[in-house]
Design a protein. Structure first.
Length: 213
DNA sequence: CGGCTTTGACCCGCGC
DNA sequence: GCGCGGGTCAAAGCCG
């Protein structure tokens, strides 16, 4: 846990670790985001002091956002091309066997939901993505000195999961894998949007209610 | 007291 | 069939 919990590293009271809301869905940081969103995303990224370097995805590229139309899936991924995992060859992530199994929909928990993985450079392993996550497991994985943490969306009825682990080759990077689509609105949902005068398209104007700022 | 993390045990699929 | 490894469960304990 790079992110120092507000409380002791043991025990509860760590809702603050991931329950705050000031971060756009990770997919929105990926390359190929529509121009309307980029300025806001860049600003958010700077605010988060994060550097998104890689955007990994399963065959279906879709952000785990729950707000229809609020975020646009990256268009960089060509459906005709297989999912490219930049670091897979270097053994960074994910393990080839795991990725193959995931993409084949195999394994105990069949991968039938959308999966999206990305790598960030951050001291915090817990990216504040606006959702409230509950940790349900921690596992040391082979070929990696760093443990893998398992989180589940704590919202009742929402089965979205995410795995978080540090890049074995560069611990300054955090690899996060989201699985599933939230079926509810994020606590950090955009409270207001603005309309671009030129294009008439709406884009994210803020992640917090203006009156609350 | 509710909600969370921790952590060892367990389950299950896959490769040999 | 067996062992390995990843993913999940659940009891225990902590904190606000």
């Amino acid at each position: 846990m790079a992110r120092p919990h507000a409380t002791a590293p043991h025990g509860g009271g760590s809702r603050s670790s991931s329950a705050t809301s000031s971060f756009a869905p990770p997919a929105a940081f990926g390359e190929g985001v529509t121009g309307d969103l980029l300025p806001q995303l860049r600003q958010l990224r700077q605010q988060q002091h994060l550097a998104i370097f890689d955007y990994l995805s399963d065959d279906q590229v879709r952000p785990p956002a729950t707000v229809p139309g609020a975020f646009v899936a990256p268009s960089a991924m060509d459906p005709a091309e297989p999912a490219v995992v930049p670091d897979a060859a270097a053994g960074c992530y994910p393990p080839p066997r795991t990725m193959a199994a995931a993409m084949a929909g195999e394994g105990r928990a069949r991968i039938t939901t959308d999966r999206i993985a990305f790598r960030t450079r951050s001291d915090d392993e817990i990216l504040d993505d606006g959702y409230k996550w509950r940790k349900y497991g921690k596992k040391s994985v082979k070929n990696s000195p760093n443990p893998r943490n398992y989180y589940r969306c704590s919202t009742e009825g929402c089965n979205v999961k995410k795995r978080v682990e540090r890049d074995k080759n560069d611990p300054s990077y955090v690899v996060t894998t989201y699985e599933g689509i939230h079926n509810h609105v994020s606590p950090g949902t955009v409270y207001y949007a603005a309309q671009d005068a030129a294009s008439g398209r709406f884009f994210v104007a803020g992640m917090h209610h203006p009156e609350l700022n």
